[in-house]
Design a protein around this ligand. Structure first.
Ligand code: ADP
Ligand code: MG
Length: 241
C-alpha cells in the first residue's frame, strides 16, 4: 500500500486552476524530487498533501486515511506529515532546543523532560547537539534550517515535505543542509522535496516528478528524467536539446 496516494487532485484559486488532475503514489521510504518552473503548482501540491490547502476534487490518502477538512483529523495529519519551508520560521526569542521542544509540548502534550530528550536527539541528528541553547540569530542560515528540520523530526512524522529548503541560503550553506536530508533518506525517511538542486535529485531521489502547468508532465527514475527527457517542455526546463 502507498504511504501517500494522490488521485486526480484538482485545486483552483478563483479562475486559476493550479492543479489539473494530479495522480501520484508514494511508497514508504521513497525519496521524490519535484522539479518544474515557478508557478507550475509544486508548492500547492505539497500544501495540499499536508492539509494547508483544501482540494476541490480527487483524493489524498496518507497512511490509508482520507484527508478531510475536519480540524482534529487535520491536526493528526500535520503530525504524520512534517513540512519544512524555504523560510525557517524559528521563534527568535527561543533557543534552538526550545524551538524543537515547542510543538511536542503544545501539540502532542509530550512531558517537558521527554520533549527535551527528543529535542537533544534530533539536534544531534542534524549535527547541532552542541547548540541546544543558541538563539536563532546566533546560528548561520544553514544551522537554522537544520534546527527547522530537527523540529519537524521531533514530531516523528511518517513523511517529510521539503519546499525549496535551500533556496534562501547563501551558496556555501547549501551543502550542510542537503547532507542532513541525504542522511534522512539513507535512514529510510519518506521524503518529497521540491528542489532546484539537480545533482541532489539525481543522486538521492528514487523518482523525479516534473510538473508543468499543474500536471505531472513526466515522472521516472532520475536516470530517465535527466538522461532521456521525453517532452520538449522538460528538455527546455533542463536546458538540453
Ligand atoms: P510553484 O511552487 O511551482 O512555484 P505554486 O504552487 O506556488 O507554484 O503556485 C501555482 C500557482 O498558484 C501560481 O499561479 C500562484 O500564483 C497560484 N497561487 C498559489 N497560492 C495561491 C493563493 N493562496 N491564492 C491565489 N493563488 C495562489
Ligand atoms: Mg513554490
Amino acid at each position: 500500500m502507498s504511504l501517500i496516494a494522490i488521485t486526480d487532485v484538482h485545486k483552483r484559486f478563483g479562475e486559476n486552476e493550479v492543479l489539473k488532475g494530479i495522480d501520484l503514489d508514494i511508497a514508504k521510504g521513497e525519496v521524490i524530487a519535484i522539479i518544474g518552473k515557478s508557478g507550475s503548482g509544486k508548492s500547492t501540491l505539497l500544501r495540499c498533501i499536508n492539509g494547508l490547502e483544501t482540494i476541490d476534487s480527487g483524493s489524498i490518502l496518507v497512511g490509508g486515511v482520507q484527508l478531510s477538512s475536519e480540524e482534529k483529523q487535520l491536526r493528526d495529519l500535520r503530525q504524520k506529515v512534517g513540512m519544512i519551508f524555504q523560510q525557517f520560521n524559528l521563534f527568535p526569542h527561543l533557543s534552538a532546543g526550545r524551538n524543537v521542544m515547542l510543538a511536542q509540548t503544545v501539540v502532542k502534550k509530550t512531558p517537558k523532560a521527554e520533549a527535551r530528550k527528543i529535542a537533544e536527539e534530533m539536534l544531534d541528528k542534524v549535527g547541532l547537539a552542541h547548540r541546544f541553547d543558541a538563539l536563532p540569530d546566533e546560528l548561520s542560515g544553514g544551522q537554522q534550517q537544520r534546527v527547522a528540520i530537527a523540529r519537524a523530526l521531533a514530531m516523528k512524522p511518517a513523511a517529510l515535505l521539503c519546499d525549496e529548503i535551500t533556496s534562501a541560503l547563501d551558496p556555501e550553506l547549501v551543502a550542510e543542509v542537503l547532507q542532513v536530508v541525504r542522511r534522512l533518506a539513507e535512514d529510510g525517511m519518506t521524503l518529497i522535496t521540491v528542489t532546484h538542486e539537480m545533482n541532489f535529485a539525481r543522486e538521492v531521489c528514487s523518482r523525479v516528478v516534473f510538473m508543468h502547468l499543474g500536471r505531472v508532465h513526466e515522472i521516472g527514475p532520475p536516470a530517465e528524467v535527466f538522461g532521456a527527457p521525453k517532452t520538449p517542455e522538460l528538455r527546455q526546463f533542463l536546458g538540453v536539446n
